[in-house]
Structures are given as structure tokens and as C-alpha cells.
Design a protein around this ligand. Structure first.
Ligand SMILES: *Cc1c(COP(=O)(O)O)cnc(C)c1O
Length: 363
């Protein structure tokens, strides 16, 4: 179906086209000068000591988990309310996900629920920073330190998000930011894997480059694969960095506009931003008992809606790791809808969406 208002719309213009054309004219297709520049810029923005690219966020998480070299079958605590890749990457890396519930206001990992899930087999935690703000990383890191657990941050949605001044993805041993087409800035596909640890960086480099320190040799001292990206993607990424502040400003403005139009509508409830965290709105998130009617009305009005995540512990392929109900994650799915907040929404679009929603509650 063609939507009048799409859920996401990346901001791409002549600048991306010219920069991609430049890499093709320079005959750099694989990792080259744009990759080097984009990586240095990302390290500067995030304050990460080291960084490597991965083909996408999913493979970035997989690479990060491989680099930790945890014993096969180790348990890793992962919020149930996340995108599937947080959990599938752990299973592919030979780990057992243990699903945790989340906070009903922030939708992020609930620190109060973590410690009771820790067993002698627990080796890691994967906090996921969802919908544009960070987990309470003071508490997550304190628990990790107290129990000697590694921390892998899924910061796929958290480009530009800082918690008490530190960028999401740089608290733990390793963190991953995605540049998929629906993320804050995009390279189409792509991701960056961040670490402050020199040893982990060395392992990431070997794992992503066929188990060798340098390309062009056929001696492979370690086991590795190919996780390269292309210079064309990095060219797009460099252009996107120039747009980030304006993307953030427009999304924040749209967020405010929604709140002022919808503050008192029906039983609508809104996400609360984690104290101490920046907010780079990812979607406009609303919860209501009338989720199905709300989505139907919006779809009929040509507005593309998305449900919240379907909990990991209920996923057909992950059910074997489930250890009972996780009521908050389940309630979020039952009630939650993501509304578009992309930089090209107009004031009229938001008024129309808000009026449609108000109509649902009048009916
Ligand atoms: C998008 C996303 C991923 C996966 O990133 P891709 O680049 O799409 O593979 C992982 N975790 C979360 C929370 C995401 O939103």
C-alpha cells in the first residue's frame, strides 16, 4: 500500500549523490579514504578509543560477541523488549539468551530485575538503548562490575545519545550503532562497533578481516570472516553526519508538536526519557488499550504505523530460552504503536495524525 505519510523517510539529497559519485570516480569501492574519514569522525563524536565497521547492526553485534570469546553456552542477559537481532546474534555466537523485563516508562532494561537472573553461567549483559534514549548505565555498569560480567551495548538506535555526557555504546566492553535506512543517520546498511579496549579492538580487526592483521597477505594466523563495508556507504555516512544536528532538531520539534496535540487524548501514555540521558527521538511512541482501533484508523488515513517490538521470550525461535512471562514487555507489545517522526513531516501532517487519533477516542 502507498502511504501518504510513511513511518520513516531518510534524508538523502544531492550531497550523498555527489559523494558516492566521487568514490566511484576515484575507483574506491571497498574500504578506502571515505571509510577512514568516517571512522575517525565517529570516534570523535562518540569518544570511542577504537572502532571498526560491520556490514549491519546485526552482524556488528555478532562480531562484538565473537570478539569477547565467551565460553560456549554462557548466559547473556538481554531485554525481551528489543529487536530480534539482539537475541539472534547471541544465539549465533553460541550463547544462551536470558530474557529480562524492562521499565514500563522508559521501555529500557529494568536494572531492578537484572540481579535475580544472574547464575554462575552468566557472563554478559546486553543493555539495549531503545527509541532514542539510553538505559540507566550507572546502574547497569555497577551490576556488571559487581558480578564480573562483560557488557555489550546494543546502541543500534542510539546515534548521538549520551548518558551523563558519555555516548551510548562506549560504557561497556563493546557497543554497536546501526546505520540501517530507518536509523537516525544511515548508510543504507552498515554499523560501527565501538570499544575502549585495545585487546578487543585487535580481536575485532582479526575477526572482520579473514583472521589476518593486514589485507593482501594469504597467511591467516586467526580464524576470521569478512565484515567489510564499502567506501560508497562511508561516503553516504559522511554526508549524513553533516545533517545529524538538523535531523535531531526537526525530530525533537515534531516530538513536541505531537505532545502538545495529544497530551490529553483518551488513555494515551507516552514514553518517559531516562533521567540523565539525551533524547534523540527515534519514533513517536504511544500506548493505548485501543491500539488496534488506533492503528486501523491511522492506516485508513494513509499513515504508516508500526507496533512496538514483539517480545523475544515469545518469539517462535527463541521460546526455548524463555523462563516465564515478562509482563512489562508483553504489555508494551499489546498497547504500543510507533508513529512517524521523520524530518520531513509537516505541521499539517502531525495535526492530521493527531486529529485521527482524537477521533478514535471520540468514537
Ligand atoms: C536496527 C536494530 C538492530 C539491527 O541493526 P541492522 O543494521 O538493521 O542489522 C539491532 N538492534 C536494534 C535495537 C535495532 O533497532
Amino acid at each position: 500500500m502507498e502511504y501518504g505519510i510513511q513511518q520513516v523517510l531518510p534524508w538523502l539529497d544531492r550531497d550523498e549523490i555527489d559523494r558516492v559519485a566521487g568514490t566511484i570516480e576515484a575507483k574506491w569501492l571497498t574500504e578506502g579514504p571515505c571509510c577512514r574519514e568516517f571512522l575517525e569522525r565517529l570516534k570523535g563524536i562518540t569518544g570511542s578509543g577504537y572502532a571498526v565497521f560491520a556490514p549491519n547492526g546485526t552482524l556488528g553485534l555478532f562480531l562484538a560477541l565473537l570478539a569477547l570469546d565467551l565460553p560456549r553456552g554462557s548466559e547473556i542477559i538481554i531485554p525481551s523488549f528489543t529487536f530480534y537481532a539482539s537475541a539472534s546474534s547471541a544465539v549465533f555466537a553460541g550463547l544462551r539468551p536470558v530474557f529480562a523485563d524492562v521499565d514500563p516508562d522508559t521501555y529500557n532494561l529494568d536494572p531492578d530485575g537484572i540481579e535475580r537472573l544472574i547464575t554462575p553461567r552468566t557472563k554478559a549483559i546486553m543493555p539495549v538503548h531503545v527509541y532514542g534514549h539510553a538505559c540507566d548505565m550507572d546502574r547497569v555498569m555497577a551490576i556488571a562490575r559487581a558480578h564480573d560480567l562483560r557488557v555489550v551495548e546494543d546502541a543500534a538506535q542510539a546515534f548521538g545519545v549520551r548518558f551523563r555526557g558519555t555516548h551510548a555504546g562506549t560504557f561497556g566492553d563493546v557497543g554497536v550503532i546501526s546505520f540501517f535506512a530507518d536509523k537516525t543517520i544511515t548508510t543504507g546498511e552498515g554499523a560501527v562497533v565501538l570499544t575502549q579496549d585495545e585487546g578487543l579492538h585487535k580481536r575485532l580487526l582479526l575477526l572482520r578481516n579473514q583472521g589476518r592483521p593486514n589485507s593482501g597477505t594469504f597467511l591467516h594466523p586467526a580464524l576470521g570472516m569478512n565484515f567489510r563495508i564499502t567506501d560508497m556507504q562511508a561516503a553516504v555516512g559522511l554526508s549524513q553526519l553533516g545533517k545529524f544536528e538538523e535531523i535531531r532538531r526537526r525530530k525533537a520539534e515534531n516530538h513536541e508538536r505531537y505532545r502538545s496535540r495529544l497530551g490529553d487524548a483518551g488513555d494515551l501514555r507516552f514514553m518517559k526519557v531516562q533521567p540523565g540521558s539525551d533524547f534523540v527521538p527515534f519514533r513517536f511512541c504511544v500506548r493505548t488499550e485501543a491500539k488496534d482501533r488506533l492503528q486501523a484508523a491511522l492506516e485508513a488515513a494513509g499513515v504508516q504505523t508500526r507496533s512496538f517490538f514483539y517480545p523475544m521470550h515469545l518469539q517462535p525461535m527463541l521460546r526455548e530460552y524463555a523462563a516465564g512471562p515478562l509482563p512489562v514487555a508483553e504489555r508494551l507489545y499489546e498497547t504500543g504503536t510507533c508513529l512517524p517522526i521523520h524530518p520531513f513531516l509537516t505541521e499539517g501532517d502531525i495535526d492530521r495524525i493527531a486529529e485521527t487519533i482524537r477521533g478514535v477516542f471520540r468514537a
